[in-house]
Design a binder for this molecule. Structure first.
Ligand code: UDX
Length: 450
């Protein structure tokens, strides 16, 4: 690949949702880009313009990037490194069983890069985007590559990513901030220069060292997690107080600019591939220093126990156990994704299977992933109508837009008993006052619960 209009040639290693979104966005901005992944099936599909997960806008942008000739995919990392100037490292850092971060993919790729760099003459810029605990670049990545850094052949920079699933493409083009953690000013400046060519309007940049950059990402996600567990704790109290609604409280406190309105939506608890993992890793990281981390442990505990609130409600209305059918609307950990990693739906369905319930599920995108876990233990429905048919209770678990459109008759005409638990607060309670409607954070009167 040739440099185009003075724009660096980019390689992206690890084509999960961050890596693939980044590859496509770079090509769209005119950077010749090579996406690399060890999964050859994934590469073959990407070459045909087919991503292995759903992300809004991604597939159409992928197709146009491929036809522009600026984007290619390969499983040959050597070819990618030798033919590009800047590499984004976006391999997975999944959680281990004890809450730490599995660095095996990072180590493997760093070792491979160190072998390839022996063959490379031009200076290379390696940018760590994978989310890793503070000091990982210092203690794990840098030592593998130190001879190239010392001899001036490699610049190593940490540049955390704040993309959200479901809006990854928009987030790439409109980030709230760029954090650059470099070992020296010139390396940090090089990455900033690349960004000035990527963005027509340059976002704010914070330059710092690699460990602080890694820490910023963890602190960012820990704060978001704390806000959610905070509002869920308030919601759980509200639910006990007739006529009090957590949404009214969240709306009011969100107007205080010191608090802000975002991430105050009460619900079944946070899931996904980042918040739960990063919170556990931060707790693990602080344990290293022998410090008791009371706050983050509490945030995690609130989240771990939040799905039980739904089970408690199901128990109160008497729909737990054999011969009772529960319909679950929404399996993805949030709307606009097919991702079910750490989704509340998994915990809830496992619990309901244990109780002997018959379970019917619907999701516009995530059924395929759910089948991989639950196989034929539950019933998968292609429409909400089918999912609600003859059901004893419906639990709304993901805030998909199509569920917001459901009206009282959609439930009344299909369900055996019109018990509804809105765990996402997407329906207007007043509209459902004729049905047995319950919601997270909505104070219930005794009459509602038979
Ligand atoms: C998160 C961070 O937002 C992003 O910056 C980081 O790069 C990756 O992790 P993501 O996992 O895609 O992004 O989802 P996010 O939108 O943050 O939601 C996480 C979870 O919290 C979801 O389960 C969501 O439903 C839940 N949530 C979010 C709430 O329950 N209430 C809220 O008010 C907001």
């Amino acid at each position: 690949m040739q440099k185009k209009n003075g724009k660096s040639r980019i390689s992206v290693i690890g084509l999960g949702f961050v890596g693939l979104s980044l590859s496509v966005a770079n090509a769209k901005c005119g950077f010749p880009t090579i996406g690399v992944d060890i999964n050859e099936q994934k590469i073959a599909n990407l070459q045909k313009g087919i991503p292995d997960f759903f992300e809004p806008k991604l597939q159409e942008m992928l197709k146009s990037a491929l036809s522009s000739g600026l984007l290619e995919f390969t499983s040959n990392i050597e070819r990618a490194i030798l033919n590009t100037d800047l590499t984004f490292l976006t391999v997975g850092t999944p959680p281990t069983k004890n809450g730490k971060v599995d660095l095996s993919q990072i180590k493997k790729v760093a070792t491979k890069i160190s072998q390839i760099l022996q063959k490379k003459k031009r200076r290379h810029l390696l940018v760590v985007k994978s989310t890793v605990a503070p000091q990982t670049t210092d203690n794990t990545i840098k030592p593998i590559l130190s001879s190239f850094i010392d001899s001036g052949k490699l610049d190593l920079v940490v540049n955390p990513e704040f993309l959200r699933e479901g809006s990854a493409i928009d987030d790439i083009f409109k980030p709230h901030l760029i954090v650059i953690g470099a070992y020296n000013k010139s390396a940090g400046k090089k990455l900033e220069n690349y960004y000035t060519k990527f963005y027509s309007k340059m976002p704010e940049v914070i330059h710092t060292d690699p460990t602080t950059a890694e820490f910023i990402k963890y602190a960012n996600n820990a704060f978001l997690a704390t806000k959610i567990s905070f509002i869920n704790s308030i919601a759980n109290i509200c639910q006990q107080v007739p006529n009090v609604d957590v949404n009214t409280i969240a709306n009011a406190i969100g107007k205080d600019s010191r608090i802000g309105p975002l991430f105050l939506k009460a619900g079944p608890g946070f899931g996904g591939s980042c918040l739960p993992k990063d919170l556990s890793a931060l707790i693990e990281f602080s344990n290293k220093f022998g410090k008791k981390n009371t706050l983050f442990k509490a945030v995690k505990e609130v989240n771990d126990t939040q799905p039980q609130r739904i089970v408690d409600l199901l128990q109160k209305i008497g729909v737990l156990g054999k011969n009772k059918t529960i319909s679950i609307l929404g399996l993805a950990f949030k709307k606009d994704t097919d991702d079910i990693r750490e989704a509340v739906s998994i915990k809830l369905v496992k619990e309901l299977i244990k109780k002997g319930n018959k379970i019917k599920v619907h999701d516009p995108m995530a059924i395929g992933n759910f089948k991989k876990i639950f196989g034929n233990k539950i019933t998968y429905c292609d429409t909400t109508d089918n999912c609600l048919k003859n059901s004893d209770c419906c639990v709304l678990l993901t805030e998909w837009n199509e569920y917001r459109k459901l009206g009282p008759n959609d439930f009344r005409n299909r369900m055996k008993h019109t018990n509804i638990i809105d765990a996402r607060r997407i329906l207007e309670p007043e509209r459902f006052s004729d049905l047995n409607f319950m919601a997270i954070g909505l104070g219930q009167s005794e009459q509602q619960i038979p």
